[in-house]
Write a protein of this length. Sequence first.
Length: 485
Amino acid sequence: MNFRIVRFFLSRLLLVEAGLMLLPIIIGLLYREPFSNISSFLAAIFIIVLVGVLLNVKKPDIKTLHTKEGMIIVALTWIGWTCFGALPFVISGEIPFYIDAVFEMASGFTTTGASILREVESLSHSILFWRSFSHLIGGMGVLVFALAIFPTGASETVHLMRAEVPGPKFGKLVSRLKQTAMILYVIYFAMTFITIILLILGGMNVFDAVCHSFGIAGTGGFSTRNASIGYYNSPYIEWVVGIMMMLFGVNFNLFYMILLGQVISVWRDEELRVYLGVIFSATAVIVISNSLNGIYENLGENIRHTFFSVSSIITTTGFLTVDFSRWSLTAITIFAMLMIIGGMAGSTGGGLKVARFTVAGKSMFNEFRLMQNPRRVVVTKFNDKPLTEDQVTRVRNYVLAYIFCAIIIYFLVSLDTHDMQTTVSATLITFNNIGAGFATAGSSAPFTDYSIFSKIVLTFSMIAGRLEIYPIILLFSPSTYLNKS
């Protein structure tokens, strides 16, 4: 393990976070907030810069970065950004307890959107902005952002992006990874800007439109309103948010292909067709269920709220217009399945990812075919291309790791005094980075009442889910530091 190279990258990435904290200071000045609010960010910047400088006192002689160091850097960066990003909350006194502030910040950067706050409308504009801005940066990855602006070598870029970018890798966007990061961020920010304009046209004030667009882009769920999107009681806003959430759950590679004029290839993308199929099928079934159970008399209202909720859950955004925990058991069961499936690989969404869900399903079906005829030759295909056994095995292993970690998280949180449904919901919505769920963990109440131990567990659950498990496991594995090979 090259500790100096780890400290070197961690130092530079912390300085990026310090620079980003200048934006909420500008917001605070625009809204003429008390100096105590501004000083909370200034103090945090001073602490972060000091730590960043101290980490880089001894510069590495060799800046060669390997996969192991790359994963450790990713894990430590997300933990570091979370711990230091929470400082303004505590220093300003708006979230007085540090563990609560860390939970809130982890929820922001991982784009989970789960909150310990019962009252968000009383927060200052600078804190609300920083809280929502964390979704925008965390959505595409803090390291992808840094790689787009830092002069980093090709090999270092490869290892860092592989460790952070979520989803299975069955293809490439462009050959130059730095160029990839730039292209993705241009598309990302352009779509965010379009969302802001559409929300303003719907009557939302500029500040709320910006903050909610950050949440939509990062598929996070932080709102500036206690009632989330439901506060506005606007069908137009609900349709805009619902559609944009669905779009941000799409693989950003496909948007680039559209810009290149490869529309037919995009439509033929298997993961996209499965993703859209799941959304519209789930919406149709829940609409029928709601109608049969008399939840909505107006069909248009039923379709609008159902589509919004399905889009919010499968993309792991977590915005709400209604309390869907009051819907039928059929609807809640479908939502639980959508939480696990998640968005497309290469999107800002969380969960297992549609690509893994598709490949795992095909692999299981092929096993049944082999049981019927052991002599049959079966090949698992994705986008009409055969996958290697190694690729299929990686998907299977990740699914097993996902299940194993989810069970551990559930067990640890179950030591708290909450009922089974609440504990399951807390596990699903943090590990899948959703934010909204059934029972008291999601739509009915925030995470205020959880114990300190549970909040720490759920904080790591959010980070592990966002980084897709392996970097966190590697970070806490003793062999990582003992093995010199």
